[in-house]
Design a protein around this ligand. Structure first.
Ligand code: NAD
Ligand code: UD1
Length: 343
């Protein structure tokens, strides 16, 4: 228990970003209450959060689509802020199961906002995504750019949630919200005890590279080498998950005592190509990774990276960990836990 620090509800706090944020909050002296339904995470993360955070986090198993359950949680527990991570995040799955994605990601957000309003919780930090910048804006993206025109239902749920939250703030002069638009979170806690452990076959580059390096995956495909980029492969703004976790603490400090709704890019402002990332990972794991080129993946943009100045200016936050550190930390997690948390 800490002095002068808020108690914070982490919806989806057992997931990849939530677990790292829980640990950083606890390291900084905050009390956390985690609630998750394990639709995309494992109970085995909780003792590891305890191990790294120095004490057991409070936990409730809960589906945030269950409005009565959410109401009960808010009635029974006291906290000053919510960090709303809970959501489904797999882009191709959102294309084949759009209704499930809209239902889960929007209903959970609506239920959280309803309960905040009823029980007088004033602050929310929302997990948004660079995907809200859509296809039309040129990189680097800044927060003044028009959002929307998302290319898939997952992206649309983030855009719509941002709208819902900013409308809720407009209607309630006491509410304060921060929308964090994450770029490409990778990496793991430096301890190697927690990390990304996707269910089934991963979709994102880094977990695929990491699982390929341990021999858990047979192929590593690079999607497209004919983009208009220096080496022909796509470029992204990869951000260490610990830097991202710390950005949530800065967001809580910023919002505390304020009202209104503010969006921030959370990226490094630097982009790397797929080939540069694979090269950095080869250095980290000490192995050659024999990748194969494959056709472009539908929906991929050639280049995405943040203009990260607003977060630096207003939150006092800047990413500190470089690509080599990201790769080294993923490798430590992956090689110590080749089958993830529970398998
Ligand atoms: P994750 O899947 O590892 O974590 C999400 C957590 O939410 C999981 O533990 C899952 O079980 C839980 N959850 C989902 N729906 C729930 C519900 N209805 N009730 C209770 N719990 C529920 O994903 P992550 O990478 O940690 O992402 C966290 C948030 O950040 C998500 O909202 C995601 O869309 C967003 N985001 C992630 C990325 C990324 O690349 N990882 C990028 C941009 C935004
Ligand atoms: C994807 C989502 C984005 C989401 C983000 C984080 C798409 C189109 N976009 O972003 O909405 O916010 O994940 O969850 O799915 N790559 C390979 N080989 C692979 C996998 C990926 O070459 O096996 C390439 C991709 O073509 C891309 C880059 O690596 O150029 C990064 O891919 P990924 O990690 O999936 O992230 P994004 O596509 O940026």
């Amino acid at each position: 228990m800490s002095e002068n620090k808020m108690r914070v509800l982490l919806t989806g706090g057992c997931g990849y970003i939530g677990s790292h944020t829980a640990v950083e909050l606890m390291r900084a002296g905050y009390d956390v209450l985690i609630a998750d339904n394990f639709v995309n995470s494992f109970p085995a993360v909780l003792p590891r959060i305890e191990e790294l955070g120095g004490r057991r986090p409070d936990f409730r198993e809960l589906d945030f689509c269950d409005a009565e359950g959410v109401d009960r949680l808010f009635a029974e527990e006291k906290f000053e802020a919510v960090i709303h991570f809970a959501g489904l995040k797999c882009v191709p799955e959102s294309v084949t199961q759009p209704i499930r994605y809209y239902r889960n990601n929007l209903n959970s957000t609506l239920n959280v906002l309803d309960a905040m309003n009823k029980y007088g919780v004033k602050y929310i930090v929302f997990s948004s995504s660079a995907t809200v910048y859509g296809e039309k804006n040129p990189a680097p993206y800044n927060e003044e750019m028009e959002t929307g025109s998302c290319t898939n239902p997952y992206g649309s749920t983030k855009f719509m949630s941002e709208q819902i939250i900013s409308d809720a703030v407009r209607a309630d002069p006491e509410l304060g919200a921060v929308l964090l638009r994450y770029f490409n979170p990778i990496g793991a806690d430096a301890s190697g005890r927690i990390g990304e452990d996707p269910f089934g076959v991963p979709n994102n580059l880094m977990p695929i590279v990491a699982q390929f390096a341990t021999g858990r995956r047979e192929h590593l495909y690079v999607y497209g080498n004919d983009y208009e980029t220096p080496d022909g492969t796509c470029r992204r703004d990869y951000i260490h998950v610990t830097d991202l976790a710390i950005a949530h603490i800065k967001a809580l400090e910023y919002i505390s005592g304020r009202t209104g709704c503010e969006a921030f890019n959370i990226g490094t402002g630097v982009d790397y190509s797929v080939l540069e990332v694979i090269n950095a990972f080869e250095k980290a794991c000490g192995k050659e990774l024999k990748f194969e080129f494959a056709p472009r993946r539908a929906g991929d943009l050639p280049t995405s990276y943040a203009d990260a100045h607003k977060a630096e200016r207003l939150l006092g936050w800047k990413a500190e960990r470089d690509l080599d550190t990201m790769c080294r930390d993923i490798w430590r997690w992956q090689s110590n836990n080749p089958m993830g948390y529970e398998k």
